[in-house]
Design a protein around this ligand. Structure first.
Ligand code: MN
Length: 251
């Protein structure tokens, strides 16, 4: 598959991802999705600053990890774009990043209650969901990650996990594909809501680390158009966008 087709496919998936996350109430007027460039691993794609539901392929911009805009693009990027650059820099395995303020997650960013996988479909949020607090290193801020120093500090807290929460703000999810990142972002919100209901009836039996690993591996090993792709096709229909059919060598 040539570079131009790979780029076109990844941009199509970023647009669909934005529409899906809006339809599933994971993003609202705020939140963003990026993808690593398929052939230039030091670059990534992210929309200009727009509400996710309004994004089309023409809105996608290209950046270097440290936030330089490429191709002479002078449009306004998201203030929090360095969340994305810092995670691509720190984690070569990361191919996509979703940042959002989904509502059920917020209580877990401001209390000592740990967000943990409670149901099979939510396993990919991972065994450990750390919480980053801007206050720890930066004192009083507007809570937004607005430079690479904050982005790199956040990347250290996310470490090798799939998700991390941000105190009084939201969460960020990584994926080895756009589809995986979208899946985990949707189910992070689902898990947070279900966990809040279940904890009314303690004790709660959470998934074990072994169960989390087995479920995540099964999804990672799925053939094209199974696993994450099956969820993607459903969510695309739900969001009113056409699902791109994957082949064995496509992104
Ligand atoms: Mn934010």
């Amino acid at each position: 598959m040539d570079e131009a087709t790979k780029v076109k496919d990844i941009i199509e998936d970023i647009v669909a991802a934005n529409r899906i996350l809006a339809a599933e109430n994971v993003v609202d007027a705020f939140g963003h999705v990026s993808a690593r460039h398929p052939t230039k691993p030091g670059h990534y794609f992210l929309s200009r600053a727009l509400p996710p539901e309004l994004i089309t392929a023409e809105d996608i911009m290209e950046f270097t990890f440290d936030g330089k805009v490429l191709n002479g693009d002078t449009r306004k990027p998201y203030l929090e774009k360095d969340i994305h650059g810092a995670l691509y820099e720190a984690r070569p395995d990361v191919k996509s990043v979703v940042h959002n303020h989904s509502r059920s997650v917020i209580p877990y960013t401001v209390t000592n209650e740990k967000l943990r996988p409670i149901v099979h479909s939510c396993a990919t949020i991972g065994c450990h969901v750390p919480v980053w607090d801007a206050q720890t290193k930066f004192g009083d801020t507007n809570l937004l990650i607005s430079n690479m120093e904050m982005g790199r500090d956040f990347a250290k807290v996310l470490a090798d996990n799939n998700t991390a929460l941000m105190r009084g703000h939201g969460c960020t999810v990584i994926g080895r594909s756009v589809r995986e990142a979208v899946y985990t972002a949707v189910y992070l919100e689902v898990n947070a809501g279900l966990q809040m209901q279940a904890t009314r009836f303690p004790p709660v039996k959470y998934l074990t680390d072994g169960e989390i690993k087995l479920i995540s591996q099964r999804l990672a090993d799925a053939k094209p158009n199974e696993g994450y792709d099956r969820a993607w096709e459903y969510w695309c229909r739900h969001a009113g966008v056409e699902a791109r059919y994957r082949t064995a060598d496509s992104v």
